[in-house]
Ligand binder design. Structure first.
Ligand code: PLP
Length: 423
């Protein structure tokens, strides 16, 4: 059975430390996880899952399979579903579907079946009476279904069963009781767009290969630049697949704008650089500095106040200190919606300091920006961006639209990265 490797966790270690407990119980799994995972993650997981002292051992899955284990339909509720055996997919393979000869009817029937599964899942996700997740510990889940990649091709029937099983054990992110700081809910129009882009299945290399998508990218970026107040939507921008990489792009751009020769000559052509960010900023700022050869020690963390906002006076002090030590301050990254507190750094004060010392100013603007920027909800932040000076790099992320590029399997999407006109 496929319970080896990381997720089995029980292994010899856990056995030694859990006495007579079999690692197949939640408690034993947690204890093993607590040992194996660094940073107290395992213990936190156990606390979160309430695996306490009087833990009822999990029934071995093989003895008490869920009503709908592999081989049956995989539906979440009791059902008399016979789809997996009735529709005649048990003798068909992907090679029977288009572009196979006469594959059109089989293709349509198969895809219709998939759509039915997805639609049933969507409707169920909004039902308060259902669970947000049908949770199982990894070692149990490995036994409930055969997740291993087989050498033999799967029948279409197997594929449908896997689709149902995948959704059965998935977390229902659209569920009214599902809460997450980054993503929640399901936007039906966005979902339709996602299905559409997957069906079109194209690259965005050139206009010739994706005429409509290239135009849509152009008009959407322009609109986003208008929203943040850049006149006539002028400037430039790209969509990027995530926040961490956007933060690195910001640093890359700031360095390039200040020292264009770095492109050809590399880091030996630039002085010792210093970047500044709040101690509450996302770790990707340091990661970006590492990847770009700037070095994590060149990222200077500025103190935050009790609300988690960067303290401008400390920023100015550290900039002067760095200059005295021979560093060239080139980049300040403020956050509009920090990861943990959701704090907004004082953008105007920070941008004034950046202007004073001629430093590129980047705003890592997280999921809260777009909802706040609706016309009737003019915020302090929006007013700031309207008056933003030219030396500004902005990155916005929003979960508003679920039309995400295929490279971004998360629900936080539509990362827009804009570079204001150079001074
Ligand atoms: C403020 C902030 N910036 C950047 C990131 C990184 O975003 P991503 O996970 O999309 O790379 C996060 C992620 O939580 C964040 O909270």
């Amino acid at each position: 059975m496929a319970s080896h490797g990381f997720w089995s966790l029980g292994g010899d270690n856990a056995g030694a430390n859990t006495g007579s407990q079999s690692p197949s119980t939640p408690r034993a799994w947690c204890q093993a996880a607590a040992q194996k995972l660094s940073g107290g993650f395992g213990s936190k997981l156990c606390a979160l899952l309430n695996v306490g002292e009087v833990e009822k051992p999990a029934e071995p899955a093989a003895e008490q399979p869920p009503q709908t284990a592999a081989g049956s339909c995989g539906c979440n509720k009791s059902c008399t579903c016979t789809k997996s055996t009735d529709v005649g997919f048990s003798d068909l393979y992907s090679t029977d579907l288009l572009p196979a000869m006469n594959g059109d009817t089989k293709t349509m029937t198969f895809l219709q079946e998939v759509v039915d599964i997805l639609l049933a899942y969507i409707v169920e996700s909004f039902d308060r009476e259902t669970k947000v997740i049908d949770f199982h510990y990894p070692n149990e889940l490995l036994q409930l279904n055969n997740w291993e990649l087989q050498d033999e091709p799967a029948t279409l029937d197997d594929i449908l069963i896997s689709c149902r099983a995948t959704l059965k054990y998935a977390i229902k992110t659209a569920h009214p009781r599902y809460f997450n700081q980054l993503s929640t809910g399901l936007d039906m129009v966005g979902l339709a767009a996602d299905w559409l882009t997957s069906t079109a299945n194209t690259n965005m290399f050139t206009y010739e290969v994706a005429p409509v998508f290239v135009l849509l990218e152009y008009v959407t970026l322009k609109k986003m630049r208008e929203i943040i107040g850049w006149s006539d939507g002028r400037g430039d921008g790209i969509f990027s697949p995530g926040g961490a990489i956007s933060n690195m792009y910001a640093m890359l751009l700031a360095r390039f704008k200040m020292f264009p020769e770095v492109k050809e000559k590399g880091m030996s052509s630039v002085p010792r650089l210093a970047a500044f960010t709040s101690e509450h900023s996302h770790f990707s700022i340091k990661k970006g500095a590492a990847a770009l050869g700037i070095g994590t020690e060149s990222v200077i963390c500025i103190k935050a106040d009790e609300c988690g906002k960067l303290i401008p006076a400390d920023l100015e002090r550290r900039i002067l200190e760095a200059k005295q030590k021979g560093f060239v301050p080139f980049f300040v990254s403020a956050t509009a919606g920090t990861t943990v507190y959701g704090a907004f750094d004082p953008l105007i004060a920070i941008s004034d300091i950046c202007r004073k010392y001629n430093i590129w100013f980047h705003v890592d603007a997280r999921v809260w920006f777009l909802p706040l920027s609706r016309p009737n909800n003019q915020t302090h932040y929006l007013r700031w961006s309207r008056s933003a000076d030219k030396r500004t790099l902005v990155r916005f992320a929003s979960g508003v639209n679920t039309n995400r590029p295929q490279s971004d399997p998360t629900t936080e999407n539509m990362h827009f990265f804009g570079l204001n006109k150079p001074p």
